[in-house]
Design a protein around this ligand. Structure first.
Ligand SMILES: CC(C)(COP(=O)(O)OP(=O)(O)OC[C@H]1O[C@@H](n2cnc3c(N)ncnc32)[C@H](O)[C@@H]1OP(=O)(O)O)[C@@H](O)C(=O)NCCC(=O)NCCSC(=O)C[C@H](O)C(=O)O
Ligand SMILES: [Mg+2]
Length: 298
């Protein structure tokens, strides 16, 4: 990973396609990405008009936000198995967003079928597919779904946890510490890494409770998530901070890099640094962290 190839996805905000006030705010927000939602954030009566607005929303996206940064724009369509899914996918394919988020994915076939529609419509390869992991079936098939990430032709780039739907479909209780959800969330992280994918934690519904939100972000960062999906602008700052490398981690990574660049360590596979064993794999980890920090200006 280099500064050029790393795309920060620390804070990814859902914005309902029907909410003009929220859409108008996008350029002023410091989130790394927005998901323009056609699915659960849209009332049934507004579904068609929301889809009709999509092309204009994507075409008028800000080149850079007020912080001088590019904000990725992803479109979440309705499930392909639903009556609206196919038309949504065509509308999303034609508007050339950075990606299309498929909800209620259950099997690898769901991704492959969406990819075929994009290929048939000559949508450029850099329009990626993101998958919501939010059904019991997706959890059971997660390894096979993630494996598609190893084939660039599949376009699969990112997993997004859908914790509300998982709670709904399994009956698990969403306790504040998420103890019964954590095993599934860790499975998502593991599978995503096996497939070379990014992976984002689910939303925190109680958006006025920023302290509890900050704790959940900190936990998700420790669990290995790349970022968190958000529902309200007030959640952006905490997510950006939680998923950025800390100043201590950056200092440690610099020290590892400096130690391995000393002439006396040139041929060594393992060295001691401040009383700790450090191997070349730690150097690779340090270089990745420094590239990430540089990309987000941490
Ligand atoms: C949750 C909300 C309905 C709250 O709305 P509201 O009470 O109107 O918020 P505020 O008055 O505090 O808003 C203050 C200003 O901020 C703007 N705003 C609010 N939300 C957003 C947003 N998401 N993006 C951009 N801007 C936003 C308001 O317009 C106000 O602006 P101004 O008046 O000019 O100051 C609302 O936040 C909301 O609708 N959020 C998104 C909800 C959503 O998209 N839900 C679906 C996705 S989550 C999901 O599906 C989970 C997953 O699938 C799963 O299974 O878990
Ligand atoms: Mg959902």
């Amino acid at each position: 990973m280099t500064t050029d190839t790393y795309r920060p996805r620390r804070s990814v905000l859902y914005v309902p396609a029907s909410n003009d006030k929220a859409l108008a705010k996008i350029a002023q927000l410091s989130c790394d990405a927005v998901i323009i939602d056609l699915e659960d954030g849209i009332a049934q009566a507004d579904k068609v008009s929301a889809r009709e607005k999509l092309a204009g929303i994507v075409a008028n996206r800000p080149v850079a936000n007020h912080f001088g940064r590019r904000c990725e724009m992803i479109v979440r369509i309705n499930a392909l198995s639903s009556e609206r899914g196919a038309d949504d996918l065509l509308a999303a394919a034609n508007c050339l967003s950075d990606g299309i988020l498929l909800p209620k994915v259950s099997t690898p076939r769901d991704i492959l079928e969406a990819g075929d529609v994009l290929d048939d419509n000559l949508v450029p390869d850099d329009v990626k597919l993101w998958a919501m992991i939010e059904t019991p079936k997706a959890m059971l098939n997660i390894g096979a779904i993630a494996e598609l990430g190893r084939d660039p032709a599949s376009r699969l780039a990112c997993f997004v946890a859908g914790t509300n739907d998982l709670v709904k479909d399994t009956g698990v209780l969403p306790t504040p510490d998420r103890r019964y959800l954590v095993p599934w969330l860790m499975q998502m992280v593991l599978a995503a890494r096996a497939g070379g994918l990014d992976v984002l934690d689910g939303v925190f519904n109680d958006f006025r409770d920023l302290d509890a939100f900050g704790r959940e972000c900190a936990e998700a960062a420790v669990m290995g998530f790349d970022g968190k999906t958000l529902i309200h602008p007030t959640q952006i700052e905490a997510a950006n901070n939680a998923f950025a490398p800390s100043s201590e981690a950056v200092a440690e990574a610099r020290a590892v890099k400096a130690a391995f660049s000393l002439p006396e360590n040139a041929g060594k596979g393992v060295i001691a640094l401040d009383g700790k064993m450090v191997e070349r794999l730690h150097l690779a980890q340090a270089e990745k962290l420094l590239a990430k920090a540089a990309a987000i200006g941490a």
